[in-house]
Every structure is written in structure tokens, then in C-alpha cells.
Ligand binder design. Structure first.
Ligand SMILES: *Cc1c(COP(=O)(O)O)cnc(C)c1O
Length: 431
């Protein structure tokens, strides 16, 4: 399978090239040249397949002969070695819980798969790579955990001092082994600038094989289609189609769902659920895509004013606004209504959600008021335990904290302090 750039001005890339390049030269995003429609034999046996078996079949149709069957089986088993749970809440409303991986958020799916794929290709070539990641929180911890102990790969994470939550900081700074955290005296933009400068620095690139691991990598997108298949087979009766509501910021998760639909999964409609960074809901209303500076909210992983995967959505529909509107509805929630949703659902169903997940739920039940829109599934993108400071006061008690999160919080922080000028960063990398 070849991958093209959405800007159509870069050469086609193999799966391996697309994974290591991340971004094509023309600054578009990679997309599969033809999205494989899975055979009816796949859908016939979907109900009895394990998550790993689904993952294997779906991913194989993109990676084809670039990863041999046995290697791919091992990669998916290791990457998705945690549960993906579907919980029935009420009236054909289901929660698809994507937060049982090591960092308690759905980004584990993409990050863990990408890490194993990169490591596999590097070992084949007996090469090593050094991954640089600037993070403002969640992405970095998923990447750090994903690459932990991966052969042939060093990881350096840069995060802005004092600008990530305490739990996030622990998740970034307690990994160890091949993962090093740099606490940068500056903002997230400063961190990003250091990374970008490193990628174009001649001396660094001569001396080391630098690579990125950002959220638009094709190896992170593809695994985000898997759980739509998994949920579908657990909630849909014969010949039924499913409505999915996806809490969205950068729109990678929703793009994964659209991929699943194109591969033949009977999804009748998507809800793009956002906070007041409602760029895509506005687009769906007016036809105008107008990026804006992002606004801080309690669902901070969705505070995105210029969603980068939007070009992938346009591309999947050849830019046809009417077609996009037919498949996707936009619904947004402000912080006040998000808190109300968390409170109501905790009270009525004894089910506690993180702020992002609550928006997914709220948007889903709104949409389900329309006839013919059942069953409905909302994606649970993070564990409420990661957002205790928001959730506890709203539900009037302390949300349960999973054991593995408690362990991390109690581990000592291990980070190297660094100022935001490039020369010290470069010196660190070369040392
Ligand atoms: C990243 C993230 C989102 C947004 O996902 P996108 O793929 O960027 O749309 C939603 N919820 C949580 C908890 C996240 O970490």
C-alpha cells in the first residue's frame, strides 16, 4: 500500500516511509492510497474475534507485505495488551472505554502501536533512532509509555515547566530506561521550537537519526479505527447500524472512525463532540472552516483551535461539504453544561466520566433524540481518575484512583532542567 500527501505535492510513500517521515515534505498529511474494504468473511466472523485478531486483519490491509504475518501478530498482541471495555449505561447507550491502557487515555492505542512498528523496522535495518517529542501533557505520556524499553529507540520528551498537571508530570518523568524527560524553562511553544530546530540542524542530523512521533503519524491513525469494529460487534444486532459520538480536539480519533466506516463497518452517523473550541461544529453549520486561537476549558485535551486532522476528513470526502454533513453532526458543550452532564450521569447511573467523555455522552444523547439513531456509542477517551480536580467537586466525592496511577504518583520525579535556548538542548543531545 502506498500513502499519498493530502496536498498532493509530495511523492508517494511506503508504509515504512510514511511512519518515519511523519509529515510529507509538502506539509500535508499521509493518507492510504486506497482504503481497503474488508471482505464479508471478516464481518461474518467479527463477532467471535478477539481484539488482537481484529487489529491484525485491519492493520494487515494497510501494512501488507511490509510487515510479515508473524511479526505483525506479535506487534498487535503487545501493543493492545489491555482491555477495551464496552459498558451499557441505559436505553441502548453504550460507553466504549478506551482508558484501560498504561496512561489511562485512548492515545495509548496509537502510541503503543507506532512505537512497536518503528522498533520493528529499525531492528530489521539494524539501525537506531532518537525520538524527540514536545508535549503539553497527554500525548507525551502515551508516547513515553509506548516507547518504554523499545529496542533501538531513545526518547527525549520536552515539557514546559509548571504547565502540566501533577499527574501528567509524574507520567512524563517516571518512565526511565530509554525515556528521558526535559523540564524546559518556557512554554509549550518553546518546547516545540526546540524540537523543530533540532530536526533541521545539520550537525545533529549527521550525528544522529532523529525522528518524531507526533499525533498525525499514520501509524497512530490506523489503530484508532480498531475499537469502532470492536464496539460495533458488541452492540449491534443483525443488520443494525451504529451511531458513534467521538469527543474531539485534533480529530484523529474521529478520522479513525471514518476509516473504519470506509472499510465497510456499518456506522450510520458520527457526532463530532467538542468543547467551545467548536471549529468543526461551526464548519458543519456554515461550510466555513475558520481556525481560531484555542480557548482553555476543563476538557483541556480538546482545546484545539486549528484541528490538524480536519484535512484528512476533507480528503476522505473529496472536499464535499454536503457529504460530510450527511455523515457527521457537530455538537458542542461549554464547561458548565459539561459539569452538569458529569453530575447527572453520576447521580442517575452511578457512572463517573472525565470531562471529555462527558461531552461525548452529552452529544450522543442529544443526537439520539432523532428517530433511527440507536444503538449509540460514545467514546470514553480518558479515565475520570486523571481529572479528579474537575470531577471530585462536581460529584461530591473522590473518584476511585486505579492502582497503577497511584503507583506513578508516588514515584520520584526524574527530569533534567533546561532553559529554552537551542545551544543547551543541542549540547544535551550530543552528549
Ligand atoms: C487527545 C484527546 C482527545 C481528543 O482526541 P483527538 O483525536 O485529538 O480529536 C479527547 N479526549 C482525551 C482525553 C484526549 O487525550
Amino acid at each position: 500500500m502506498k500513502f499519498y500527501s493530502t496536498n498532493k505535492k509530495a511523492p508517494l510513500a511506503s508504509f515504512q516511509e510514511a511512519v518515519f517521515k511523519g509529515l510529507p515534505e509538502d506539509n500535508g498529511l499521509y493518507m492510504p492510497e486506497n482504503i481497503p474494504v474488508l471482505p464479508s468473511s471478516f464481518f461474518d466472523s467479527l463477532e467471535v474475534m478477539t481484539f488482537s485478531e481484529i487489529a491484525f486483519e485491519v492493520i494487515k490491509s494497510f501494512s501488507e507485505d511490509e510487515i510479515p504475518v508473524n511479526a505483525l501478530k506479535e506487534i498487535v498482541q503487545n501493543a493492545f495488551n489491555f482491555e477495551t471495555e464496552v459498558v451499557h449505561l441505559h436505553d441502548q447507550v453504550y460507553a466504549l472505554e478506551l482508558f484501560h491502557g498504561p496512561t489511562l487515555a485512548f492515545k495509548d492505542y496509537g502510541a503503543r502501536f507506532m512505537a512497536r512498528v518503528m522498533s520493528y523496522f529499525l531492528q530489521e535495518k539494524a539501525k537506531e533512532a532518537h525520538i524527540l517529542v514536545a508535549t503539553s501533557g497527554d500525548t507525551g505520556s502515551a508516547v513515553a509509555q509506548g516507547f518504554y524499553k523499545m529496542p533501538g529507540i531513545q526518547v527525549t520528551l520536552l515539557y514546559p515547566k509548571g504547565k502540566v498537571s501533577k499527574i501528567q508530570e509524574r507520567q512524563l518523568t517516571t518512565v526511565g530506561e530509554n525515556v528521558t524527560a526535559l523540564e524546559v524553562e518556557g512554554t509549550f511553544d518553546d518546547c516545540q521550537k526546540l524540537v523543530k530546530t533540532a530536526f533541521v540542524d545539520k550537525e545533529l542530523n549527521e550525528k544522529m537519526n532523529l525522528s518524531s512521533a507526533n499525533s498525525i503519524n499514520i501509524a497512530r491513525l490506523i489503530p484508532q479505527s480498531l475499537y469502532y469494529f470492536h464496539a460495533f460487534r458488541l452492540v449491534a444486532a443483525q443488520n443494525e447500524k451504529v451511531l458513534f459520538s467521538t469527543p474531539s480536539g485534533n480529530f484523529g480519533n474521529l478520522s479513525g472512525g471514518l476509516l473504519a466506516q470506509k472499510m465497510g463497518l456499518p456506522i450510520n452517523h458520527f457526532v463530532a463532540a467538542t468543547n467551545i473550541n467548536k471549529i468543526v461544529p461551526e464548519y458543519l453549520k456554515t461550510g466555513l472552516f475558520e481556525p481560531k486561537p484555542s480557548i482553555s476549558t476543563i476538557s483541556n485535551a480538546m482545546d484545539v483551535g486549528n484541528p490538524s486532522n480536519f484535512v484528512r476528513i476533507l480528503d476522505l470526502f473529496d472536499g464535499d461539504y454536503e457529504a460530510i454533513k450527511k455523515h457527521i453532526s457537530g455538537i458542542y458543550f461549554d464547561d458548565e453544561s459539561t459539569k452538569n452532564v458529569i453530575k447527572e450521569v453520576a447521580r442517575k447511573y452511578d457512572y463517573v466520566m472525565c470531562p471529555h467523555t462527558a461531552i461525548g455522552y452529552g452529544a450522543l444523547v442529544n443526537k439520539m433524540e432523532e428517530p433511527g439513531s440507536k444503538p449509540g456509542v460514545f467514546l470514553g477517551t480518558a479515565s475520570p481518575a486523571k481529572f479528579g480536580d474537575v470531577v471530585n467537586p462536581v460529584i461530591g466525592r473522590e473518584v476511585d484512583i486505579p492502582k497503577r496511577l497511584l503507583e506513578i504518583v508516588n514515584r520520584p520525579k526524574n527530569a533534567i532542567s533546561m532553559n529554552a535556548d537551542f545551544s543547551s538542548f543541542k549540547e544535551y543531545l550530543l552528549s
